[in-house]
Design a protein around this ligand. Structure first.
Ligand SMILES: [Zn+2]
Ligand SMILES: [Zn+2]
Length: 153
């Protein structure tokens, strides 16, 4: 194997292009875009809920959870294709059955909480993140500068 060979693990983003993050201090989930996270101007990230800076917002269980979600979507797509083939072969000499819908990897119970995250814009930095709706009401810390915002949209 050549020395140049590198395993590149890309962190899956959701449909809006956000990466799932988990606060190492309080454990809440939130999301931010890779361009904001990797911005040179951003030295550290702050948790929108507890306001503490932390390292390792992307943990193994975050990756596992996201991978499970990606995998489930992929399995559903394959199943749809098989279903189409099943219909195509229906009247032919070859019988083809797609079988049952694939069983999903467990994603819950945090998944539903993650899907409820809402996109907000932090006026202090003009950057966006996805946070729990409740934090919009109680006020939340900007993940990029750590300032508490009482009004985010
Ligand atoms: Zn926190
Ligand atoms: Zn800010």
């Amino acid at each position: 194997m050549s020395k140049d060979f590198q395993m590149k693990i890309s962190i899956p983003t959701d449909n809006d292009g956000y990466v799932l993050l988990r606060c190492p201090n309080c454990g809440i989930y939130f999301k931010a875009t890779p361009s904001d996270i990797e911005d040179d101007g951003i030295l550290e990230l702050f948790c929108p809920s507890c306001g503490l800076a932390g390292e390792n917002y992307i943990t193994e269980d975050v990756l596992e959870l996201e991978m499970a979600m990606v995998q489930n979507r992929a399995m559903d797509m394959i199943h749809e294709e098989l279903k189409k083939m099943e219909r195509q072969f229906r009247n032919g000499p070859v019988k083809f059955e797609a079988g049952k819908r694939p069983k999903h990897e467990p994603e819950n119970p945090i998944r539903s909480g993650i899907e409820a995250l809402q996109i907000v814009t932090f006026p202090c930095c003009k950057r966006t993140a996805k946070i729990k709706p409740i934090l919009k009401m109680t006020g939340c810390y900007c993940p990029f500068c750590g300032v508490k915002n009482y009004e985010v949209e």
